[in-house]
Design a protein around this ligand. Structure first.
Ligand SMILES: Nc1nc2c(ncn2[C@@H]2O[C@H](COP(=O)(O)OP(=O)(O)O)[C@@H](O)[C@H]2O)c(=O)[nH]1
Ligand SMILES: [Mg+2]
Length: 464
């Protein structure tokens, strides 16, 4: 595919940054990339580097030559490097001071500090990776769940890129058929076989729909399925929260909620992320009216993917609870009625049957004893991740940018069909297919603008 990327910076500077996270650690990596990389290395006393070979060397400050650290230096000559330029990786000792001293020396030797994402941006501009792969790199670093990491790795290995490229090629084949008909309408083989065009477009539509069908789950991978725990005071909400968090201790990242009335934790259930929200302190914070009502982190409720509505097992629902369930059931949100404290209910006694109609999904559990939690986890997985779990190998779009491009390509195909039906001249109708093709090329980044790149790369960290 012909590259229509923005020109690489003509006066290409040599950039450097610490690529590893700050803090205590055995080693840190400082990266240098650009045309002066070898000279920068020489000024640091790294005079005898040989390509792709790790060499233990003393790194010296270019002004005065005093030793800075003993480092492992690897030179990756252009073009077979991450950025496509001469690239030097210096593994120094870690910690808070040494990596900074090494970076200072590198900057004194003639490099400038890299912007966030600049290494990856250069990799893209030099044709080493496409835009989907660049985004996958960011997702891999940010991933808080194995499911997102898996999707990002697939994308980094061009799983999604190949799918989009094949869609683009098929789009161009249809245009070629149409162009031939436009250029040679009187040709002997008779008029264009419209069924071939229609079939090809129907298949393209199907493939775009398939990608778009999983897109909402793909997008949800980054933040986790927003799961709000609601119910009357004392219904067992916090105990359920703790139980779900405790169950998944391994990959929990607990952080205070963004609003004062809730606490949050991201938990991974079978590798799929859920952003759990528990109501906290509402009783203390609010007046008597709220006190008898339903506790819920209201600011989250409008965006919730799942509501876990807690009611003690073995009692009837109160009017305010019925009102809540009737008021908040749908909007794409799944409500699960959780009958809590099952261990307190006398054996053999069942909950009042009338409650069964209130909510299609019900589970009885004991946060204290753990019974029923497994069933709830399965219900949560089914509610949030059924598409992905059914097709774990499918290429996945994970960003708003992807969804917009695919939707736009999809509607351009429809516009083409509408134009044909309205008997518009074929050379007019076909412009819609050209639009669809450009949308797919933007997705890959084979056509792009500075503006788009700024948006994609602004979320990166320095050193990536
Ligand atoms: N026996 C038993 N007690 C529970 C269970 N879950 C919660 N509780 C108790 O019920 C009370 C209220 O629980 P809490 O989680 O704070 O309710 P919240 O006000 O809805 O957050 C506490 O005394 C808990 O120990 C359970 O599964 N079994
Ligand atoms: Mg509570």
């Amino acid at each position: 595919m012909k590259a229509l990327r923005p020109e690489a910076d003509p006066v290409q500077e040599t950039i450097a940054a610490i690529a590893t996270a700050p803090g205590r650690g055995a080693i840190a990596v400082v990266r240098v990339s650009g045309p002066d990389t070898v000279q920068v290395a020489r000024r640091l006393g790294l005079t005898d580097l040989s390509p792709r070979t790790a060499l233990l060397r003393r790194l010296e400050h270019p002004e005065g030559g005093q030793p800075v650290d003993r480092v492992l230096a690897i030179l990756f000559p252009a073009p077979a490097s991450y950025t496509g330029e001469d690239l030097l990786e210096i593994s120094s000792h870690g910690g808070t001071l040494l990596p900074q001293l090494v970076l200072d020396a590198v900057l004194a030797a003639g490099a400038r500090l890299a912007e966030p994402g600049e290494f990856t941006r250069r990799a893209y501009l030099n044709g080493r990776i496409d835009l989907l792969q660049a985004e996958a790199t960011a997702d891999l670093i940010e991933a808080a769940s194995p499911a997102l990491a898996g999707a990002a790795l697939h994308q980094l290995e061009r799983g999604l890129s190949r799918r989009i490229e094949s869609l683009r090629e098929r789009m161009i084949e249809v245009q070629a058929l149409l162009a031939y008909d436009i250029d040679f309408p009187e040709e002997d083989d008779g008029p264009l076989d419209r069924t071939r065009v229609d079939e090809a477009l129907a298949a393209l539509r199907d493939d775009l729909d398939t990608l778009l069908a999983l897109a909402p789950e793909g997008e949800m991978l980054r933040e986790g399925a927003l799961t709000v725990i609601a119910g009357r005071p004392n219904a067992g909400k916090s105990s359920l929260f703790n139980s779900l968090v405790g169950f998944e201790r391994a990959i929990v990242t607990e952080h205070p909620g963004t609003t004062r009335d809730a606490i949050e934790a991201v938990v991974g259930v079978e590798g799929y992320p859920f952003r759990l929200v528990d109501t906290a302190g509402l009783r203390e914070a609010s007046g008597a009216v709220e006190e008898i009502g339903i506790e819920v982190a209201r600011s989250y409720l409008g965006r919730a993917d799942i509501v876990l509505f807690c009611v003690e097992s073995g009692r009837s629902l109160e009017p305010d609870e019925i009102a809540f369930l009737d008021e908040w059931p749908s909007n794409g949100r799944t409500t699960i009625l959780v009958r809590t404290k099952a261990d307190l209910r006398p054996a053999g006694e069942l909950g009042p049957p009338a409650d069964g109609d209130r909510c299609a999904l019900q589970v009885e559990l004991s946060a204290e004893q753990g019974e029923g939690i497994g069933k709830l986890r399965t219900m949560m997985l089914d509610a949030a991740w059924s598409g992905l779990r059914a097709r774990p190998e499918a290429p996945l779009v994970t960003r708003r940018r992807h969804i917009r491009a695919l939707e736009s390509a999809r509607s351009s195909i429809d516009e083409f069909s509408a134009a044909c039906e309205a008997s518009l001249p074929p050379e007019i109708a076909v412009t819609h297919l050209q639009d669809a093709t450009v949308r797919l090329e933007e997705l890959l980044g084979s056509v792009s603008t500075e503006d788009l790149l700024d948006r994609v790369f602004s979320s990166f960290c320095v050193g990536k």
